[in-house]
Design a binder for this molecule. Sequence first.
Ligand code: SAM
Length: 457
Amino acid sequence: MEVANTYLRPVLPALFIESLQGIKGFEQTAFEAIHLSGEQVVSIRINPAKKVERTTNEPVAWCKDAYYLPKRPSFTLDPLFHAGGYYVQEASSMFLWEVLRQTVGDNTSGLKVLDLCAAPGGKSTLLASYFADGLVVSNEVIKARASILVENITKWGSANVVVTNSDPSHFSLLVNYFDVIVIDAPCSGSGLFRKDNDAITEWSENNVRLCSQRQERILMDILPCLKQGGKLVYSTCSYSREEDEDVLDRVMESEELWSLPLKLADNWGIVETESEHKGAYGYRFYPYLTKGEGFFIAAFSKKDGGMEGFYSETKLMAISKIEQETIKSFLPLDGSYSYFKQGDSIKIIAEEWFSSLQALAKLLYIKKAGIEVGTIKGKDVIPHHELAMSHLNLSGFTALELDEQQALQYLRRQDLFIESTLGWNLVKHCGLPLGWAKVLPNRMNNYYPQAWRILKD
Ligand code: SAM
């Protein structure tokens, strides 16, 4: 386990410690000791569609393809990180995988899933893998954070994700629409105190109260969008009862939900609690009991879905026959996809989800949908970075395998002087695509996205 520099670590607020007394699993001495120790737990979740070599590190017990690392490497200087080979995710929050396994199960085909508070994308990338044959709507209300979400979803490469940038209230007409809704709510952040000194200094009782009110509002606004029998997962990275069990109590007052108990292995160290008034089950993660940061999660099933909604659609721009022929000869695809256009850009999404995308486009601001293939310029197609990152079969393109130093040069958007076949090359490292380069007779043009280039030396 890594030990961070604890120099100048702020003291945990006395009012915060006082507010946790009596909560099941809270032990003040152990809690303070682990926050003083400076221990850091580092974990990653491997992208199952990108097949990075399996590590021999200790697995995270409650999540598929997830591992602890003995210390924090420089992720920025690892080309496979930029290739979307894995996501750096806090281990406790990966428990979402186990919650889905126990409450939704394996039959995920055709399910519509909403991740309402999604940036930077940890839960959404997990959902994209879990519901690989479903549709994941990944929403973030704050514009700047929605861009980071797009970047992470693009790198993950799933074609089944639609990223939206909308207020939760804009979903209100999608009544009885989603099979699964995940609310990883904005919170006071005490669960991250061990990692984030700012979270300690910014903590206040007043903020806990405001967060709690906002959490309840978000949940109540989105509840009509869940189908009958649909699953709702609520989580926070706060230890405060006001943001955890008390919020469960208030949503249970709607009489619309069943609280779902989960099975826990003893050695996970996760603590089951029940809310004071309605007895709703919640699951607490304390860093002195569980190998991860502070976290809280609860799952519900919806009793009644209400009236079936009618969803009007916005017609997305179709592409012409000629454009379709050009794109299909550039990128022959296995499977059934719908093609559509936004501006000059040609995109694809599984045929099965095209109508849903048009319904979402009627109400929400769509930041990214399916996979952007590229733009047509005369007879040429300029491929988009999303295509390079996707899980689509790109074996028809010339592959240009780079060693680590060359890959970092490429990711810094520097010039490369390597001989290769003329035309579009799919630049790779360890077999994983990093992006596009166009090889000309006298030079190579680097098409790595300017905004995502590595700036660090
Ligand atoms: N689920 C993310 C992940 O796993 O990477 C982390 C989500 S973070 C805990 C909560 C998110 O909720 C933030 O990105 C924040 O911008 C967003 N948020 C803030 N206010 C919100 C609101 N009123 N409604 C919905 N989301 C909100």
